[in-house]
Write a protein that binds this ligand. Structure first.
Ligand code: UDP
Length: 467
């Protein structure tokens, strides 16, 4: 009997891209299909460490992980992290090619992360069908596919018209200022590289998206009407999400101390503050946040990291010197500070959590929705400002923090928004809406529902390649 062919999943750097790929792998496994996650092991920043991959592999014994060691891309002065990630993935192409050559003829298809468009060349050379997995909002995909046509219709770069509302089909109006940082200057190498990558996504046989039809129905409709570059058709788009980390990522013996603390708090009484895998604040901003939390009178669970100017990013923060004097003592009864990293998906599903201050990374947004927790949107980098617009204006599951465009978000604003979400009628309305979204998220994944059907449609296309 011939060996079962595997689908190769190829994430780019960072846990925000790796985690949803792991959840995607589980979809394949549930359908009895073999899958391998090929992870780039690069000495450059944002590469997930080999140790972390080993832990992930131990927690997911049914998934095959394959590390691809690659050399450094030899540069550090990137204007945007995305540019570094794209370069690292380009440098990784020979390692990917070698791995695929060794795995042929047992490779069924390649599923590429959105930042790995250059791997299309490797797939084409080896005759492997390729698909993309878009780990951000469907609305963002709709914008990106439209952009090559849209850019020339506006009088200047977005950075020169910050307050202008931009109109894209299927997406609420977005101020130019809220577009992804990488797209602000249309003449920059960065924006050109991103556009070229997105245009290349049209070469794939299909695009899997970590979203679900109900959540972004207008964007889906716009995409189905064909809004990409004239003369080129959009490949089938399959919304197969939400793919989020499960609520229990560790055994009971590995339970994080913050979960034990949450067990002792009343239901829906704690606001959780966590800003993605990379979010950092200046010492001055951390102090404003601390004052705001203290003055809000609400219970809180807060993930704190060293400020960006700190020498070592991964070092444990010295809370005593970063936070206001005696803050930890004064809030001991109702606050818990975690250094660097919390088990976010488990925290969000804990019954004591009543609100979530987030940087609006797409995984965090989906995790907040899947847990039915109203959000305070405080975007920091990448496309998070755009996600904030979706979460506040379109989905209405969050409220925006004001002032992040200026130097500091003031303590008074932190206090106001924490009170709003945790203890006001407006917060209760947000909660009702996000609870509806949560139900719809659960429904979408059921057998015969939209995300399940979308994945089946993708598999049908995959099987066509066999004939
Ligand atoms: N995360 C976590 N603990 C933390 C911070 C982040 O588990 O303290 C996880 C979070 O649950 C999410 C991912 O890291 O799955 C971050 O992805 P997201 O897209 O939200 O943001 P990014 O880090 O890519 O900016």
């Amino acid at each position: 009997m011939a060996a079962q062919k595997s689908v190769i999943l190829y994430p780019s750097l960072g846990v925000g891209h790796l985690n949803p790929m792991v959840e995607l792998a589980k979809l394949f496994l549930r359908r009895g299909l073999a899958v391998v996650i090929a992870v780039v092991d690069s000495p450059d920043k944002d590469s997930v460490s080999a140790d972390a991959i080993a832990r992930l592999a131990a927690a997911n014994p049914d998934i095959a992980f394959r590390l691809l060691p690659v050399p450094s891309c030899g540069r550090e002065d990137y204007p945007h992290a995305v540019m570094r990630i794209m370069d690292v993935m380009r440098v990784a192409n020979p390692a990917l090619r070698e791995f695929l050559m060794g795995a042929l003829p047992d490779v069924e298809a390649l599923v590429l992360d959105m930042f790995c468009a250059d791997a299309l060349d490797v797939a084409a050379e080896l005759g492997i069908p390729s698909y993309f997995f878009f780990a951000s909002a469907l609305s963002y995909l709709a914008i990106m596919l439209r952009l090559p046509e849209y850019y020339p219709t506006v009088p200047s770069s977005f950075k020169d018209m910050p307050e202008t509302a931009l109109h894209f089909p299927g997406v609420p109006p977005i101020r130019a200022l809220d577009m992804a940082a990488t797209l602000q200057d249309r003449d920059s190498d960065m924006a050109k590289a991103r556009l070229a990558q997105c245009t290349r996504m049209l070469e794939a046989r299909g695009i899997l998206v970590n979203s679900f039809d109900w959540l972004e129905s207008r964007a889906l409709e716009a995409l189905r009407c064909g809004l990409c570059t004239p003369g080129r058709s959009t490949p089938p788009v399959h919304c197969i999400g939400p793919l989020v980390l499960p609520g229990n990522t560790g055994g009971i013996s590995e339970r994080h101390a913050c979960l034990e603390w949450l067990d002792t708090q009343p239901d829906r009484s704690v606001v959780f503050l966590s800003f993605g895998s990379l979010g950092r604040f200046s010492t001055a901003q951390l102090r404003e946040m601390a004052r705001g939390l203290e003055n809000s009178g609400q219970r809180f669970l807060w993930v704190v990291r060293n400020p960006p100017e700190h020498q070592s990013n991964s070092a444990e923060p010295d809370l005593g010197s970063l936070l206001p004097e005696d803050f930890l003592e004064r809030t001991r009864e109702r606050g818990f500070v975690v250094k660097n990293w919390a088990p976010q998906s488990e925290v969000l599903r804990h019954p004591s959590i009543g609100g979530f201050a987030t940087h609006c990374g797409w995984n965090s947004a989906l995790e907040g929705i899947a847990s039915g927790v109203p959000m305070i949107c405080w975007p920091l980098y990448a496309e998070q400002r755009m996600n904030k617009v979706l979460m506040v204006e379109e989905m209405k599951v969050g409220v925006a923090m004001e002032g992040y465009e200026e130097e500091l978000v003031k303590a008074e604003e932190v206090e106001t928004k924490v009170r709003l979400v945790m203890a006001s009628d407006e917060g209760e309305e947000l909660r009702q809406r996000v609870m509806v979204a949560k139900e719809m998220a659960v429904d979408a994944l059921k057998t015969g529902a939209s995300s399940d059907v979308a994945f089946d449609e993708f598999l049908t296309d995959l099987q066509k390649n066999r004939t």
